[in-house]
Write a protein that binds this ligand. Structure first.
Ligand code: ARG
Length: 587
């Protein structure tokens, strides 16, 4: 089912070949939306350069060669050689009818589906998921949902921080408070409190100085790191318990957020432990890594430090320990070989840009990231407070994500209680969840993922503007129309009506769903889907103001408009689902 741009592109390319020769058959006709018509073809200027001729003459020749008779009215030449195209309304109507009969709503299937590994969320064990993790979680989940709708194979990887030196201190603290204690339970509800308590003990012990017999907390914590890393069974058991308790916390957050991550997607740093030695050996044997100042390092080409010296990616420290880079090299090798990925998205904070550039480059040199595999760091910007600084609580500690989400739902609850006091309590509760959580997620998704944004609940939950509640309200409105129609015995026509300007504009917007979703999956840019859905909802509002549905007396028109509205509902709901935002039945 061709969206207008696709159909127009085909016709123009045939015309280019006919008018200028077969070598022009794949020239880009540069079809863009236009304020003077529906679309413009902007190819004449570029072709004129290639052919060393006048753009307006080229435009005239294109016009003579192109056959759009069934799609559009005769285009007009404007300015230096733009072709203004107004689509035929009956053609739009036919496309809308196809769209409404298509269960994929015009989303094309990929010629050869990709296997995409999406590395997202990735919080750290025994630490609070902060608002930065909110974004990596929400954006990542929208990307996997979108790719799945497009028909790609998606492998979710939650690269949690579950290994490293802090675990010595955490294990010792867990042993001291008792594995079944209330303090241990903090790991499930307020992991930062647990972490801070362990940290405080460690710092106090450090300040007091080590005991001769090494019985002080800091010495024990350090010793625990090495027993853990050497595979000591008891240390591993306590570590597993620690991770287990943290997992429960992550899943409470994921459930609250309607995020699709489960235990089976966990591939934490520790899962690569057995592969790290081979990573180092193979890189050294291949001459890619070498010892520098006692540490084994890769110096990926083109990375220079401030001193203009090659920048090292340390893969084995001088004490023999492995770090974040080693794990990521093992992970990338695993992903391209064992998991068979041909695309990998790393949905991670923008601050880690250099790390990923160096890892990708080193992996490329090692042959673990072949040229036909695309690895991309989907850089995530910061969430800011009203003061323009990274969002924190007043005391300055990082904000509890759960508290933030609960606040969003509570605020949404007061909105819906005012809006719909008539609804049963349980339904209002569900709607409050959908609006509150949807509002927070949507605000995050509608901002370009690499831009910062200010956390502002009132704006996120507003019923107007580019917000989730605005879109949810549009859906609820159509559903309410459908319910009333049903009660009055009115059924929708088989095909949507596309005749007046508002119907036409709405139908045109609906045809853009497939191409938009495809672009979002190709570029990993959910904010483009948000912008699209917002303009679609606006087109619906304009349509509904101009074209009454149930109040329309002519039966045929009424039924055709109802079908158009219902098609719009399907696209809105599908689009919101790709973002991970629920659309309540009523509002
Ligand atoms: N745990 C890390 C953090 O909280 C993010 C890990 C991202 N993924 C990766 N493959 N390095 O910043």
């Amino acid at each position: 089912m061709p969206a207008p741009e696709i159909a127009l592109t085909q016709r123009f390319q045939s015309a280019f070949a006919a008018a200028f020769g077969p070598e022009f058959a794949d020239a880009d006709p540069i079809i863009r939306p236009s304020q003077f018509a529906d679309f413009q073809c902007n190819a004449a200027m570029g072709l004129a350069k290639r052919l060393a001729r006048k753009p307006r003459d080229i435009a005239a020749e294109i016009l003579a060669a192109v056959d759009l008779s069934d799609i559009a009215e005769t285009p007009e030449i404007a300015g230096p050689g733009f072709l203004n195209i107004r689509l035929r309304t009956d053609w739009i109507a036919a496309q809308a009818a196809d769209l409404s009969a298509d269960s994929r709503l015009g989303v094309p299937s990929p010629e050869s589906p990709d296997t995409v590994v999406v590395d997202y969320s990735a919080p750290n064990v025994a630490k609070e998921m902060h608002v930065g993790h909110l974004r990596t979680t929400v954006v990542g989940d929208s990307i996997v949902r979108t790719l799945e709708k497009l028909g790609h194979t998606v492998i979710r990887q939650n690269h949690i921080g579950d290994w490293g030196t802090p675990f010595g201190m955490l294990i010792e603290h867990l042993l001291e408070v008792g594995e079944d204690s209330a303090e241990a339970d903090l790991l499930k509800s307020d992991p930062n409190a647990f972490y801070q308590a362990a940290r405080a003990k460690f710092d106090a012990a450090e300040a007091a100085g080590a005991a001769e017999d090494g019985s002080d907390f800091a010495s024990r914590a350090r010793k625990r790191v090495s027993t853990l890393q050497s595979g000591d069974a008891e240390s591993l058991r306590i570590w597993t318990n620690l991770v287990e308790l943290s997992k429960q916390y992550f899943h409470r957050i994921y459930d609250m957020l309607d995020v699709t991550l489960t235990d089976e997607h966990l591939a934490g740093e520790s899962s690569y432990n057995d592969l790290l030695e081979a990573v180092c050996e193979d890189l050294e044997a291949a001459g890619i890594a070498r010892i520098s100042d006692g540490a084994l390092c890769v110096f990926p080409e083109g990375f220079l430090g401030r001193d203009e010296q090659p920048l090292p990616l340390i893969i084995r420290k001088s004490d023999g320990g492995y770090g974040y880079a080693t794990t990521d090299l093992a992970a990338i090798r695993h992903r391209t070989t064992t998991l068979g990925a041909n695309r990998i998205a790393y949905v991670v904070g923008a601050a880690q840009e250099l790390h990923f550039q160096m890892v990708f480059s080193a992996a490329g040199e090692a042959g673990w990231l072949p040229g036909d595999v695309q690895a991309q760091h989907v850089k995530i910007g910061s969430v800011l407070g009203e003061d323009g600084k990274i969002l924190r609580t007043r005391s300055g500690s990082s904000l509890r994500l759960m508290a933030l989400l609960e606040e969003a739902v509570n605020t949404a609850r007061t909105v819906i209680e005012e809006l719909r006091p008539d609804l049963p309590e349980a339904e209002r509760e569900q709607i409050a969840h959908d609006i509150g959580i949807g509002g927070v997620k949507y605000a995050d998704l509608s901002t370009a993922h690499d831009s910062d944004y200010t956390f502002d609940l009132d704006r996120m939950l507003a019923l107007t503007g580019n917000t989730a509640p605005y879109l949810q309200y549009a859906v609820a409105r159509i559903r309410s129309i459908s319910r009333k129609a049903e009660a009055q015995g009115i059924t929708a026509a088989a095909a949507p009506r596309v005749e007046n300007d508002a119907e036409r504009a709405l139908a045109l917007a609906l045809l853009e769903f497939g191409p938009t979703l495809t672009a979002v999956g190709a570029e990993f840019e959910p904010h483009r889907l948000c912008a699209y859905l917002f303009s679609l909802a606006q087109a619906f509002t304009a349509f509904y103001e101009a074209s009454p549905i149930l109040k329309e007396s002519v039966e045929e028109i009424r039924a055709g408009r109802l079908a158009l509205a219902q098609l719009c509902e399907r696209v809105l709901v599908e689009g919101l689902d790709a973002l991970g935002v629920n659309a309540p039945e009523q509002m």
